[in-house]
Design a protein around this ligand. Structure first.
Ligand SMILES: Cc1ncc(COP(=O)(O)O)c(C=O)c1O
Length: 455
């Protein structure tokens, strides 16, 4: 019997099991009893990311160095937004951010802040972009808000139609609404169409309203890396802030044979990265880089009791909104120091290799349609047995996904590429192998063979 990724239970059964954990008005439990309760009630329902048959999401069990760093951070429960609360934590956060800038090759002016998640990093990047646009228009966005723009309805963010939905959240939260998104189509390989975006970024009358262009370095759906260099070269850099969303993909820029795909990202105005995705750093752990550290002053709000304007000490909380954040920098530093540069690159390379082998093995396989060439660690495909009707193929992908999920032994995700459903295989952890993904395809084929080709 193969190990399950999770119990396979439905929500109702999980609620029943965890009920004793939620009896907040009951008597206290000893730590031993509590441990036993958690192990019994909850743990079976959690996902086991360490199994090679888990290939549906950007999650992995913690890397050992990162786990150690997180344990220390937890033991001291440090908040790190200011010197006053944690001198060592504040200095570590500042210095780690700059060391990460150097690791990725950003210029000497660059700086970074830790964030709770990629979603908030993208949101902050768009805020800073809009803040700069306001500055050019002669007012302070922090004071006046979007009311300061004579025609706020004209403000535009140019973005690929494959961008992560956090960009939609960002424009909603900025009060611009989703109508401010100018969605650019993608090419056959799911990268933003460079010709169309360059044209848009260069068109008088249009370009002046685009305050930010978002490129994705590793899209959520297919792992495609948008062409960064051509956009950097074609945008009016003073008017248009270029943000690179590398929440999922950026770390792969550290793998030498993949570096050229990402060329130009160090020249973007801001870049999002989630070490909690492919590096196995415990959740939450995200970073926002800016090419010019001065841009962070757009976030600063000074306090009376801490983050004072006249405080000569480092106060990382002036670079992002939360006034409490965990010591996330220790987990990243500990992981990178544990693995060393070569070990880190090898860890990152392993799922990339697995996806390449997986794609090569399926290239001419009958009944399998590959939806794209993998840029990074994701491959989307459609199973369609010979003679199976096209109009039922979307239903078939959903059926396969739902059945595998319900069995709980293998996990693959479902996505849409254009207007078609596809199965999405994600390799993130070093546990992912081409062999395990091919086994999942074999099971999926068996499910496909048994699926009626008529409703
Ligand atoms: C490309 C991309 N950007 C942003 C995000 C959001 O990151 P987070 O889940 O850390 O909020 C994701 C999450 O999958 C992503 O894939």
């Amino acid at each position: 019997m193969k190990k399950r990724i999770f119990s396979g239970a439905e929500p109702g059964r999980i609620i029943d099991d965890i009920r004793p954990l939620l009896e907040f008005e009951g008597e206290g439990l000893s730590l031993k009893e509590l441990r036993r309760l958690i192990d019994k009630a909850l743990v079976p329902h959690l996902s086991d990311y360490g199994l090679p048959s888990f290939h549906s999401a950007f999650n992995a069990f913690p890397e050992e160095g990162a786990e150690l760093g997180t344990a220390v951070a937890l033991r001291f429960n440090q908040g790190v937004t200011n010197w006053h609360v944690s001198p060592g934590g504040a200095v570590l956060e500042e210095a780690c951010g700059r060391a990460l800038c150097r690791l990725f090759g950003f210029p000497g002016t660059a700086d970074a802040t830790f964030m709770y998640c990629g979603t908030y990093a993208n949101q902050q990047a768009l805020y800073m972009a809009l803040h700069r646009k306001a500055e050019r228009a002669g007012f302070d966005l922090a004071e006046k808000g979007i009311r300061g723009f004579p025609e706020p309805e004209k403000l535009v963010v140019a973005v690929s139609e494959q961008a992560h939905f956090s960009v939609r959240h960002a424009v909603r939260m900025l009060g611009l609404g989703e109508e401010s998104l100018l969605r650019i189509p993608v090419d056959r390989n799911q990268r933003v169409d460079a010709e169309i975006l360059s044209e848009v970024l260069g068109t008088t009358g249009v370009k002046d309203n685009i305050f930010c262009a978002v490129l994705t370095a590793g899209t959520t759906s297919t792992g495609a890396v948008d062409p960064i260099r051509p956009m950097i070269d074609s945008a009016d850099r003073a008017a248009t802030w270029i943000h690179v969303d590398g929440a999922y993909g950026l770390a792969y820029a550290l793998v030498p044979e993949y570096a050229s795909l990402f060329e130009g990202f160090t020249e973007a105005d801001s870049v999002t990265w989630d070490p909690h995705k492919q590096l196995g750093v415990p959740i939450p752990n995200s970073v926002l880089f800016v090419r010019n550290g001065e841009e962070f002053r757009r976030m600063a709000i000074y306090g009376e009791y801490f983050n004072r304007k006249d405080d000569p000490h480092p106060n990382p909380g002036l670079k992002s909104a939360p006034s409490t954040r965990p010591m996330a920098a220790l987990a990243v530093s500990a992981s990178l120091r544990h693995l060393g540069k070569e070990g880190t690159v090898e860890r990152l390379r392993s799922p990339l290799r697995a996806i390449k082998e997986f794609a090569a093995a399926l290239k001419n396989a009958p009944g399998v349609e590959l939806c794209h060439e993998p840029d990074t660690g994701i491959l989307c495909l459609r199973l369609r047995p010979p003679g199976f009707p096209e109009e039922r193929t979307d239903d078939l992908q959903s059926h396969i996904h739902d059945r595998l999920q319900a069995e709980g032994k293998r996990s693959v995700s479902l996505t849409r590429i254009g207007d078609r459903a596809a199965l999405r295989f994600v390799a993130v952890s070093p546990a992912a192998t081409a062999g395990a993904m091919l086994e999942t395809v074999a099971e999926a084929r068996a499910l496909a063979a048994a699926y009626p080709n008529r409703p």
